[in-house]
Design a binder for this molecule. Structure first.
Ligand SMILES: Cc1ncc(COP(=O)(O)O)c(C=O)c1O
Length: 400
């Protein structure tokens, strides 16, 4: 049978109120609503259902690193759609193999083994299972305010009480220690500890980059005590001017997880580990129907090739510095602190953040909250000086 391409069944065009009513009446109401219907994106901008343009300073929680409708990315996915979209890992596949080799180009030295999945939480689940299987121990040490996802395993190491409480007891015992306190971390490790899991830049907490010295101390403690170190780079990966935020400290974890940016919005999760750990995972102990599918692999390959062609690591480092300097230059009396690295920036206010988020949205700029007092900038990495200026203009008005 030959495919016909002369007809495209576009989704029905719903009126604005039909869209919001359908979303309100038929979804489990899990998400606080921003009062905006987004229907299209192009480059650094998003468009609502009335055609109004918004500067995207959030890239869907750090995902759309190439911005929206990137032509190279779209063409690669389009080509793969008419080649092969799905292929279980019990069969080899050319595109997946190419991605595995590309990942090795950017993986920290020694992390030669890959597990591909479909989201950040899934990448964390795999990391936790690998750590437990490899050590034969079950306890985790994680950081206060740390965020690792909301499936039951990932939730066990996520700190936020309001996410955890309805589901306790959680399946993996975890001790949460203050972030950036190596002594507290060392004291929490016992004979039952399989691994320590940390974000090198705490994201949901409000953008707190760990000091290099802290990460180095944690690496040394894990080595001394014989526990594994898992770096959660799901939000910080690709965004801080290096592939991995933890590499600024010169450390290599035993397991590294990433997701969001890797395929520019195509669902993917990546768990990287060593030969030694991989050798201790029994065959069949973990798996995923969709994981490693050629469509996601092609999306990731296109994303990585755009990173190189557009020099996005250097660009995010340079633009991040400009943006932080510009924000500091506003000298806003409402701002308590500005933190970050590359294009992962938090602005902590002296007051609750919601009115500022709303004010920016009214001025056509979308940013994210991170805790009650902080807003987060996770823009697409293809931003240019013009977008930095637009953001600073809007910030200047809202933070005056
Ligand atoms: C550091 C970190 N870990 C894990 C996750 C969970 O990823 P996902 O929402 O794709 O399951 C997130 C998502 O925000 C994250 O920021």
């Amino acid at each position: 049978m030959t495919a016909t391409t002369d007809r495209i069944d576009a989704p029905a065009t719903l009126a604005s109120d039909q869209i919001t009513t359908a979303e309100r009446d038929h979804q489990v109401p899990l998400y606080a609503q921003r009062g905006l219907t987004l229907v299209r994106g192009e480059g650094a901008y998003l468009y609502d259902d009335t055609g109004r343009r918004y500067l995207d300073a959030m890239s869907n929680y750090g995902v759309a690193v190439l911005g929206h409708a990137d032509p190279v990315f779209a063409a690669a996915i389009g080509d793969q759609l008419t080649t092969l979209t799905t292929c279980h890992q019990s069969f080899a596949n050319d595109v997946r193999a190419e991605l595995l080799l590309e990942i090795q180009e950017i993986a920290p030295a020694g992390l030669t083994r890959t597990f591909l999945s479909n989201s950040g939480a899934e990448a964390v689940e795999a990391a936790l299972k690998f750590a437990i299987a490899a050590t034969g121990r079950h306890r985790l040490v994680a950081a206060r305010k740390g965020y690792h996802g909301r499936t039951l395993g990932a939730l066990s190491v996520t700190a936020e009480v309001k996410y955890r409480e309805p589901f306790e007891p959680l399946p993996i015992p975890a001790t949460h220690v203050p972030f950036a306190d190596a002594d507290a971390l060392a004291a929490a490790i016992d004979d039952e500890t399989a691994a320590v899991i940390l974000e090198p830049v705490q994201g949901e907490a409000g953008i707190f980059p760990a000091d290099d010295a802290y990460l180095q101390a944690v690496r040394a403690i894990c080595d001394e005590r014989g526990v594994l170190l898992i770096m959660d780079e799901i939000q910080s990966g690709f965004r801080t001017g290096a592939w991995w935020a933890s590499s600024h400290a010169g450390i290599t974890p035993d397991i590294l997880v990433t997701a969001k940016a890797l395929a520019n919005g195509f669902p993917i999760g990546l768990t990287l580990t060593t030969e030694a750990i991989s050798g201790k995972i029994p065959s069949g102990a973990h798996g995923s129907t969709f994981g490693g599918n050629p469509l996601a692999a092609r999306a990731a390959l296109a994303t990585l090739s755009q990173f190189r062609d557009l020099d996005l690591l250097a660009r995010s480092a340079a633009l991040g510095d400009e943006l932080m300097a510009g924000l500091r230059g506003l000298n806003s009396p409402k701002v308590r602190d500005i933190r970050g690295r590359g294009l992962m920036i938090g602005v902590e206010l002296k007051q609750r953040v919601t009115p500022t988020l709303k004010g920016l949205q009214e001025r056509g700029v979308l940013v994210l909250p991170a805790g009650p007092l902080t807003f987060r900038l996770l823009p697409p990495l293809i931003w240019e000086r013009q977008q930095v200026d637009e953001l600073l203009d809007a910030m200047g008005e809202v933070l005056a």
